[in-house]
Design a protein around this ligand. Structure first.
Ligand code: PGA
Length: 249
């Protein structure tokens, strides 16, 4: 179902006490909102994050997972392990996973399938690099990413998929896509999904924008018709900024 979502991706930030402190600030400051608010602390703090947030309307989600259910994969974490501590949603395909950890569309197709078969909802990230945009290939790159990682899905799987368009050149750089650039790409994504899976899926999938969203630019990006919210990195680490972004929706 299409809904408004603001998700904070904390990446490799905040130790245990930092996690507790930020969550307590969010408990105090996050307004009553119809939007879904999510935060993704690091794996080791997920369990405690659920404890701190008990009874509050902030969803704890994971930043990644392995595609296999268990086995000799040192350092990895499975869908079932996430489920066992209470996680219902996982981010997959973040550009940092793709760039620094070699995650390919083909691998991500497997991760998405594994997440769905474990009844995890997926926030699927994708987006073009700067050279792609400069050379005018941004639409075809995005289409390819969607095709390779998500076109194997069944129509019914889409109830559990949230898309996050994150142009790589805008992540952590301070450079944001203009609201028009975001809208243009989100409309293209919706059309691509509609053509493959039908209008029902295309019009109901939530598509978030990510890449240097801040309190100062959130409202104009979120105002665009095909933008359903944001995946927020740096600005989700300060409660006041994250809350200002939630208020912008
Ligand atoms: P940023 O990160 O907001 O710091 O650009 C966004 C993301 O990586 O999801």
């Amino acid at each position: 179902m299409r809904r408004k979502i603001v998700a904070g991706n904390w990446k490799m930030n905040n130790d245990l006490s930092g996690t507790e402190a930020l969550l307590n600030d969010l408990i105090a400051l996050v307004p009553n909102t119809e939007a879904t608010v999510m935060v993704a602390p690091t794996f080791v703090n997920l369990f405690q994050a659920f404890n701190v947030l008990k009874g509050h309307n902030i969803e704890v989600i994971a930043q990644n997972m392995h595609q296999e259910p268990n086995g000799a994969f040192t350092g990895e974490i499975s869908a079932q392990m996430l489920k066992s501590v209470g996680v219902n949603t996982v981010i997959l395909g973040h550009s940092e996973r793709r760039a620094y950890f070699g995650e390919t569309d083909e691998l991500l197709a497997k991760k998405v399938a594994a997440a769905l078969s474990n009844e995890l909802q997926v926030v699927f990230c994708f987006g073009e690099e700067l050279e792609d945009r400069k050379s005018g290939r941004h639409f075809s790159v995005v289409e390819e990413q969607l095709k390779n990682a998500l076109f194997h899905l069944q129509t019914s799987d889409w109830e559990h998929i949230i898309l996050a368009y994150e142009p790589v050149w805008a992540i952590g750089t301070g450079e944001t896509a203009s609201p028009e650039q975001a809208q243009e790409m989100h409309a293209f994504i919706r059309k691509t999904i509609s053509e493959k899976f039908g209008d029902q899926v295309g019009t109901t999938v939530s598509i978030l924008y990510g890449g240097s969203v801040k309190p100062t630019n959130a409202a104009e990006i979120f105002a665009k018709q095909d933008v359903d919210g944001g995946l927020i990195g740096g600005a989700s680490l300060k409660a006041e900024d994250f809350v200002a972004i939630i208020n912008a929706i």
